[in-house]
Structures are given as structure tokens and as C-alpha cells.
Design a protein around this ligand. Structure first.
Ligand code: 13P
Ligand code: SF4
Length: 349
């Protein structure tokens, strides 16, 4: 486990990380992308880290791949590529760099390593897991396969490399329906998200069966709560992620992947929007969409929130937190992930 006290001592020997209003002002252009959600005082704290990380990225020939759930200072301050899981997986195959710093959760870093074994992939905090990835093992895949002989297994990318290796193909929230529909046979097994599977089943021509995993962030929303919000404010547009229950999805005006949600808000610019997903989503697009009022509540992902500027700087400085995947597992996992990427591109997704 990362020893933060020791990490701080190391960083203070090499960098001046004291809050600086002068530096904050000099870096005003970057701040302009988050000024509605990050206070000037907080920016004075973040700016020295942002500058140090960006300098170190150039020295190490590193790129930061950041998920849409990262906090604004990471999303706008240090990332080279931002996106949903599908976009980050595709970008990992394209980036011209020696080092990838994954600002997201562990399965995302593993996916990058599987697709780019020659690159060093850094995870700023190895404890940034995911309740879905933790809900199933390769043995679990074998178990559910045995129940439905011959049915292909489509595993969400929110899984470990071992689970991907035991699956026929992966999917993300951006392509799940199309991937399932493209599978042979009448029945398709989806792991590990029961709610994504049920939402896919409602749109797919296949019979979908599923593993009983769930996302601890999205399962908290209830249809009753959303109905109460809409009753209190009939103009609010409700936009949900497909990891929510089917009852929640039924209340939504739109459902999509994290990037699909961002695109929908950009395209439609509703006066008021409630993003039924992780809190940073609304924060990250607040400055570019000042005409949209984002209604609360939101739920925070405790895993995503383990990634901080301080941990990113420490990982890049020390080159620690390197993600490794066993070569044989990586080979089989790559087949499942690459098959998803190829099929998505073929389908124009
Ligand atoms: P997206 O692929 O939609 O970004 O979702 C990833 C995730 O972990 C959502 O909880
Ligand atoms: Fe996993 Fe849910 Fe967090 Fe996404 S929001 S990383 S699915 S726990």
C-alpha cells in the first residue's frame, strides 16, 4: 500500500509544492476550464502539482489517460486523453509514448497494459479497484458458462485480466447492445453487471443471462427518488448510466456511457440536467456549458477518488505503481479486448 507520509517527504525534497497564488494566476488559462467548480484558493494548491506533473510528463515521454470520473484538476489540468472506457482502451493502442499514466481504476490500467505490453503503465494508487471487477473471477466465468453450454460470454471491461481472458469478447457501456447482438446463437451470457445486462436485454434481440455483480455507485439511485425530483422540477432532464437499475433507466430521458452522457448534454443543452452517475461528470463540463444548471444529487465512486494529483506526481517521479499482467493471461485477454475494439470499429461505434 502506498505510504503517503513517505511519498510526501520524497516529493518535498524535489519539488516546491507550496500553494502559490502567483503560479495560479500564471496558469489562468488552465484554470479557466474549471473555474466554476474549483475555488481560486484550491487552484493555488493544485497549480504547483499540475505544473510539476506536466513537466515530468515531457521528461518521461508520458501521457495521462483520464477517465471522465476524474476530478476537474486532473481532467482539465494534466490529462492528454479523456474519455469513457471504450475511448481510453482505443487510445491506449494509439498513443505514441513510453509511459501511460492511467488516471482511472485498476481494470483500466490493466486494459492499457494488455493492449500496449511494451509500454510502462503506471497506476497512481493500486487500491483504486471497482466493485464490478471484484465481483467475479475466472472460475465464476467457467461456472456460468457451464450453466449455458455453448453460449458466448460477453464481459464488461470492468473486469480483471483473468476474467477477460476467460471470456469470448469484452464490451463497454458504449457498445454493449451491438456487441451482444453480434454474437452467434440465441443466448448470450453477460458478466459481471446484472443491471447493464438487464438494460441490454431490454434492447437486444438475444436472450441475455447474467452474473449478479453491480456497481456500488449506480445501484444507489432509485426510480422513486428520480420521480420525486421530476415532480419537484418538471423541466429537469434526467440522464442515466446503464449501470443503473432498469427501473432508473426507465425514468431517464437519455441513457448512455459517460462520454455518451457528455455528448447528449452538449448536443441538447437542457436548462437543467441531472446526471445519474458519478459526481465529477457534472463538474468536468460545468465551465464549457454555463447555460446548463446541474441538479444534484450525485454519487461518488470511492475507487476513482483514490487518484489525486499528489499520487500521480509520486508515481511519475518514482516510476512506481507499474502494472504487470502475466504474459499468457494478457495474450488471451488481448484477444477479447481487441475483438471488441475491432467489432466496434466495424460497426462504426
Ligand atoms: P464508461 O465506460 O461509461 O465510462 O463507464 C465506466 C464506469 O466505470 C462507469 O461506472
Ligand atoms: Fe466501478 Fe462503479 Fe466505480 Fe465505475 S463507478 S469504477 S463501475 S465502482
Amino acid at each position: 500500500m502506498l505510504d503517503l507520509t513517505a511519498a510526501r517527504a520524497t516529493l518535498s525534497e524535489h519539488y516546491d509544492l507550496s500553494p502559490s497564488l502567483t503560479l495560479a494566476e500564471e496558469m489562468g488559462e488552465t484554470y479557466g476550464r474549471m473555474s466554476r467548480v474549483v475555488s481560486p484558493a484550491d487552484w493555488a494548491i493544485y497549480a504547483p502539482y499540475v505544473r510539476a506533473i506536466n513537466q515530468l510528463k515531457a521528461e518521461r515521454n508520458a501521457v495521462v489517460l483520464a477517465h471522465n470520473y476524474m476530478t476537474p484538476e486532473i481532467f482539465h489540468g494534466i490529462s492528454d486523453v479523456v474519455g469513457d472506457s471504450l475511448q481510453l482502451a482505443i487510445e491506449a493502442t494509439k498513443v505514441d509514448a513510453d509511459v501511460i499514466v492511467q488516471c482511472g481504476v485498476h481494470f483500466m490500467a490493466e486494459t492499457s497494459k494488455i493492449l500496449s505490453p511494451e509500454k510502462t503503465v503506471l497506476m497512481p494508487d493500486m487500491a483504486a479497484g471497482c466493485s464490478l471487477a471484484e465481483s467475479i473471477t475466472a472460475e465464476g466465468v467457467a461456472e456460468i458458462r457451464a450453466k449455458y453450454p455453448g453460449a458466448p460470454v460477453v464481459s464488461y471491461v470492468n473486469t480483471t485480466a483473468e476474467v477477460k481472458a476467460a471470456s469470448d469478447i469484452c464490451c463497454t457501456s458504449a457498445n454493449a447492445v451491438q456487441i451482444v447482438d453480434a454474437m452467434p446463437g440465441d443466448t448470450v451470457i453477460m458478466t459481471p453487471d446484472q443491471f447493464l445486462a438487464q438494460n441490454v436485454a431490454a434492447q437486444s434481440k438475444k436472450k441475455v443471462v447474467w452474473w449478479e455483480g453491480s456497481c456500488i455507485v449506480h445501484e444507489l439511485y432509485t426510480a422513486e427518488d428520480l420521480r420525486a425530483y421530476r415532480e419537484a422540477d418538471p423541466d429537469v432532464k434526467i440522464i442515466a448510466h446503464p449501470e443503473c437499475t432498469p427501473a432508473v433507466v426507465a425514468e431517464a430521458d437519455f441513457t448512455g456511457s459517460t462520454s455518451g452522457i457528455i455528448k447528449w448534454v452538449h448536443d441538447n443543452k437542457p436548462a437543467k440536467a441531472m446526471l445519474v452517475t458519478e459526481c465529477s461528470m457534472a463538474s468536468n463540463i460545468s465551465d464549457e456549458l454555463p447555460e446548463v444548471e446541474f441538479a444534484k444529487p450525485c454519487n461518488m465512486c470511492p475507487y476513482m477518488k483514490k487518484i489525486t494529483l499528489e499520487k500521480v506526481l509520486y508515481a511519475l517521479h518514482t516510476m512506481t505503481g507499474q502494472v504487470e499482467v502475466d504474459a499468457a493471461v494478457a495474450k488471451d485477454a488481448r484477444r477479447a479486448v481487441q475483438r471488441m475494439i475491432d467489432l466496434s470499429q466495424e460497426l462504426g461505434l
